[in-house]
Design a protein around this ligand. Structure first.
Ligand SMILES: Cc1cc2nc3c(=O)[nH]c(=O)nc-3n(C[C@H](O)[C@H](O)[C@H](O)COP(=O)(O)OP(=O)(O)OC[C@H]3O[C@@H](n4cnc5c(N)ncnc54)[C@H](O)[C@@H]3O)c2cc1C
Length: 343
């Protein structure tokens, strides 16, 4: 185990923000965990587990130890005629796991294709896209306590999954390292084509959906056409969460803003954060879209995506995010919450 000092993290976060870690270690073997957990570097310092860095914003240097998760491996635990249990190590790429599944004709995670990042981070915010969430297929999460190094298997019910949320992002924040997950996927056709953008794409392109791979390819095509590639321009996907309103609050809101797009989900009314941001703008009345604050900016086509135009500091991006939050609060009385983890 090689613990490095004063390590540059610029290439390890998709926003491409410059930051350094006091200590940095790459974890590629689960057997190294006891040694790591017993080391002074680990016990005496704040810890940050890092996967693909696609959902973090470094606001300053990290004065602790960054553990870069490279635990690899995907295995089939059991299968029958209807389903298969797949265990994947936390350092695997999420999309590689999706590819593994759809290549074998399994159903359940095809709608989550091309979400950047690692398997280990996926339960953290219960990744979701195109009408699916990881919680729909997750059986359990294997995680090590950072207090005593003991491994616990969290059943799905213990993970308190919600919209872009889990127990690991809340009550147990920084208390567990997710080493592996197990999913239960279907072996028989189970199309999830509820999501309008996806159904429209399939119809428009006359795609005959015969397999989960067909859906995966459609999702990949949509995402490539819509979302900025972090390799081209630094970003962390949606910077803010959508807003969920209780029924009576939603009714009042919609009576004031009848044009607001809204969707009923799990007993709440979802108002897209992108729409709220699009209705506001900086002081001169221009739209937030394409707005620049120093080297930070709002993407030209995606109001929800904050970008790094080159050498943006974490502070600049936070300042821009705060201006957007304030403008939405002033206009609508609703408070946007970042989806990205501020470090
Ligand atoms: C272009 C783009 C599109 C995106 N689209 C979506 C989308 O459609 N849906 C969606 O849900 N998300 C989306 N995201 C966000 C992001 O891809 C996901 O949140 C992803 O799961 C983050 O994985 P990561 O490995 O990069 O996590 P990181 O950014 O490395 O970490 C995120 C958080 O999880 C913690 N963490 C990471 N690994 C572990 C671990 N093993 N144990 C404990 N804690 C850990 C970190 O400390 C940090 O707090 C998008 C991001 C980008 C850049």
């Amino acid at each position: 185990m090689n613990i490095l000092e004063n390590y540059d993290l610029t290439q390890l976060n998709t926003l491409g923000v410059s930051a350094r870690a006091k200590y940095f270690v790459t974890l590629s073997d689960e057997a190294e965990l006891p040694e790591l957990f017993n080391s002074d570097h680990f016990t005496n310092n704040p810890k940050l587990f890092l996967g693909g860095g696609s959902n973090v914003l470094f606001t300053k240097d990290f004065d602790g130890i960054v553990i870069f998760n490279k635990l690899k491996g995907i295995e089939i635990l059991k299968e029958d005629a209807d389903s298969v249990h797949i265990r994947a190590m936390g350092g695997e790429s999420w999309h590689d796991l999706v590819t593994f599944a759809v290549e074998r004709g399994h159903w359940g995670i095809e709608n989550l294709s091309l979400i950047p990042g690692t398997v280990g981070a996926a339960p953290m915010q219960n990744i979701g896209a195109y009408g699916a969430e990881i919680k729909d297929v997750l059986l359990n999460v294997e995680a090590y306590s950072t207090n005593d190094g003991i491994k616990k298997v969290f059943k799905k019910e213990e993970c308190a999954f919600g919209y872009r949320d889990s127990v690991f992002k809340n009550k147990l924040k920084d208390k567990y390292f997710i080493s592996a997950i197990t999913l239960k996927l279907g072996k028989t056709e189970n199309k999830n084509l509820e999501y309008k953008v996806l159904t429209e794409h399939i119809k428009k392109n006359k795609i005959e959906v015969k397999s989960s791979k067909d859906i995966s390819e459609a999702v990949v095509a949509i995402r490539k056409s819509k979302l900025p590639d972090p390799a081209v321009i630094g970003n962390a996907g949606s910077f803010f969460k959508n807003v969920f309103l209780e029924k009576n609050v939603a009714l009042e809101f919609l009576s004031k803003y009848p044009d607001a797009p809204h969707f009923e989900e799990d007993g709440f009314t979802k108002i897209p954060a992108a729409w709220l941001i699009e209705q506001c703008g900086p002081i001169d009345g221009k739209s937030w879209k394409g707005y620049k604050l120093g080297n930070a900016g709002v993407h030209e086509r995606q109001a929800l995506v904050l970008v790094n135009h080159g050498n943006a500091t974490g502070r600049e991006i936070v300042d821009l995010a705060n201006k957007i939050i304030k403008s939405v609060e002033e206009k609508f009385g609703l408070t946007l919450v970042p989806e990205v983890n501020l470090i």
